[in-house]
Design a binder for this molecule. Structure first.
Ligand SMILES: [Zn+2]
Length: 259
């Protein structure tokens, strides 16, 4: 019984965190701004916008300076990834509905991740993917380039989801009438996840593919709020439409290559 209660409490705490992960508090004490000398109450100087926490350079400042370079700052890139794994749809809804401070800027995050992966690969190289050899020059070149720039190809294939998603999910109960730009940001977040999966499971594309599909389902369900079946059939239709589009683009690529 006690174990059950413990699990139930933990689950409720987790669900509460999923919906509202961050609480903000106003710093009521008085500060003198180290930058412009203005006296104020609050977290930031209202005159020059320097943080009340900034003072003389110390060890923490040095760490923050280095961390900032790598995008590990207050809107931490690491905490954004953590949220993306445990509350993907809620994170996207927070960000696109105006709560910008909950997340590291997602487009920047996708490219920083690619830079980190490139550096790691420099020290721990993996064998190059076998070059595409269908015999169609431009098609093979494009295909190789996309294979070697997975962050961009994940984002591009995500973009093909934008229009079907808008069409099928625009009457969603929890986030009705989402716009095309909002749909783009949803795909950026999902591209970050699939990029991570395809990087971790380089040799096992099947696992990465299944994980990506699962995360699409979880994110769409949390963001739009249709039921399990409602989310499933809409998303399945999106997948079919998007893959058909990719197929048509590939066929056109082959046709252009043969001319
Ligand atoms: Zn100031």
């Amino acid at each position: 019984m006690k174990v059950n209660q413990f699990i139930a409490t933990q689950w409720q705490a987790f669900r509460a965190w999923q919906e509202h992960p961050i609480s903000y508090r106003m710093d009521e004490s008085e500060h003198v701004c180290n930058n412009c000398g203005h006296t104020f109450r609050g977290n930031y100087c209202p005159v020059c916008s320097q943080s009340a926490r900034h003072g003389r350079i110390g060890w923490i400042t040095t760490w923050q300076g280095i961390a900032q370079l790598w995008g590990i700052e207050s809107r931490s890139a690491v905490y954004t990834l953590w949220q993306l794994i445990w509350r993907p749809g809620y994170l996207v809804r927070d960000y696109i509905s105006g709560k910008r401070q909950v997340s590291y800027p997602p487009v920047k995050l996708l490219f920083i991740l690619a830079a980190v992966v490139t550096i790691v690969r420099f020290f721990f190289p993996i064998p190059d993917a076998a070059p595409t050899q269908l015999g169609f020059e431009y098609f093979d070149l494009t295909s190789d380039w996309l294979n070697n720039h997975r962050n961009i190809s994940e984002l591009l294939s995500g973009c093909i989801f934008i229009i079907p998603t808008w069409f099928l999910f625009r009457k969603a109960p929890l986030y009705p009438n989402h716009t095309i730009p909002e749909g783009f940001y949803l795909q950026v977040y999902l591209a970050i996840l699939s990029y991570i999966f395809y990087t971790l499971f380089t040799e096992l594309y099947g696992i990465a593919f299944v994980l990506t599909l699962c995360y699409y389902f979880i994110a769409y369900k949390q963001l739009f709020g249709f039921g399990y079946w409602g989310t499933f059939w809409r998303l399945a239709t999106c997948v079919v439409l998007s893959f058909s589009t990719i197929l048509i683009i590939a066929m056109m690529g082959i046709l252009i290559s043969t001319n």
